[in-house]
Ligand binder design. Structure first.
Ligand code: MN
Length: 337
């Protein structure tokens, strides 16, 4: 009975969304100061060069490219304790938040092309400031929820969620570079998919706060279709809020996406990765997407770089209606003899 009901819901949602055309606003965030490796700042232009915009047009999306958000190197940005580049990360994200608010006010589904994952701070903050409460789907090999006190590396791309989650505020020290930021998401509105490299301090937080998560073990146990069914049911039970998808390319197995800063074996397959985007698209509530951590300098081979960039493009196309069964334009006229 239950599966019949879900299938019915699923189908009606699907029919609906096939006729909804998306309006997409792209922001390039060529930012790399949340981690130590150069190259990730090239991500936005590489993803564009792989044909993202014409491919979105083929899906009948209206697309506006807002260009790359300029990043100015902060002077005297030495480490504060273990934490690295606080001023740069804080300042960039403040401006990114403002840019996202502008794009949301223009009525678009926002696409952030990263850049490293520290940009989720500004992306989610701006999204929430523009539309209110969000459901967050965080697809990643890592939990990115270290606090400035639990981090062992000091890299801020491993900490974005600690700044955003309300329930963690008593665990996060006051930092002048982030004084503009007010925590804006509840941990109950967060779902993880793809985890397989979680630090002890993070694991404690996830368990203590009861965060909904589907690690690679659950993907293996349940299969990706059940994972997505449960993810969508869970987000519905939390009130069908607009969805923010934060997709780290390192969620995908490094055999497919080797060109990234912190690859971890045993990740999502190409098919599982794309299926996640197709399901979220079908909810009709996808309101912003981050696609982060594509780093062409770490691909080793040209083939590895191509495969990583092309995966990034395919994930974004899945978010905006590309179906593996095929698509055709709504005004398609079949030739007649
Ligand atoms: Mn990440």
């Amino acid at each position: 009975m239950r599966s019949a009901r879900i299938l019915q819901q699923f189908c009606s949602v699907r029919r609906q969304s096939l006729h909804t055309k998306s309006s997409v606003g792209i922001i390039g965030a060529p930012f790399s100061k949340g981690q130590p490796r150069g190259g990730v700042e090239r991500g936005p232009d590489l993803i564009r060069a792989a044909g993202l915009l014409p491919k979105l047009h083929e899906l009948e999306c209206a697309v506006k490219d807002y260009g790359n958000l300029a990043f100015e190197e902060a002077e005297l940005d030495g480490p504060e304790g273990v934490l690295k580049n606080l001023k740069a990360v804080g300042g960039f994200n403040q401006r990114l938040s403002q840019a996202v608010q502008l794009v949301k006010k223009d009525g678009h589904t926002t696409v952030m092309l990263g850049g490293d994952h520290s940009l989720a701070i500004g992306s989610i903050h701006g999204h929430s400031a523009a539309v209110g409460q969000l459901g967050i789907v965080w697809v990643d090999a890592h939990a990115d929820i270290n606090t400035p006190l639990t981090t062992s590396t000091g890299n801020l791309h491993g900490q974005p969620l600690s700044f955003l989650v309300k329930e963690l505020q008593s665990s996060v020290p006051v930092l002048p570079s982030f004084s503009w930021l007010k925590p804006c998401i509840s941990v109950k509105d967060l779902v993880y998919i793809g985890l397989r490299d979680v630090d002890p301090g993070e694991h404690y937080i996830l368990k203590e706060l009861g965060v909904k998560m589907f690690s690679m073990s659950e993907v293996d146990q349940l299969g990706v279709s059940r994972v997505m069914e449960e993810t969508c049911d869970y987000l519905s039970s939390r009130g069908n809020k607009p969805i923010h998808l934060s997709y780290d390319i390192d969620a995908i197995d490094p055999t497919v996406t080797p060109a990234t800063g912190t690859p971890v074996v045993g990740g999502l397959s190409y098919r599982e990765g794309v299926y996640i985007t197709e399901c979220l698209r079908e909810t009709g509530r996808l309101s912003a997407v981050d696609l982060v951590e594509v780093n062409p300098l770490l691909g080793k081979t040209e083939e590895g770089i191509q495969s990583t960039v092309s995966m990034a493009v395919d994930l974004l196309l899945g978010c905006f209606g590309r179906l593996r069964e095929g698509n055709h334009p709504s005004d398609y006229n079949p030739p007649k003899p």
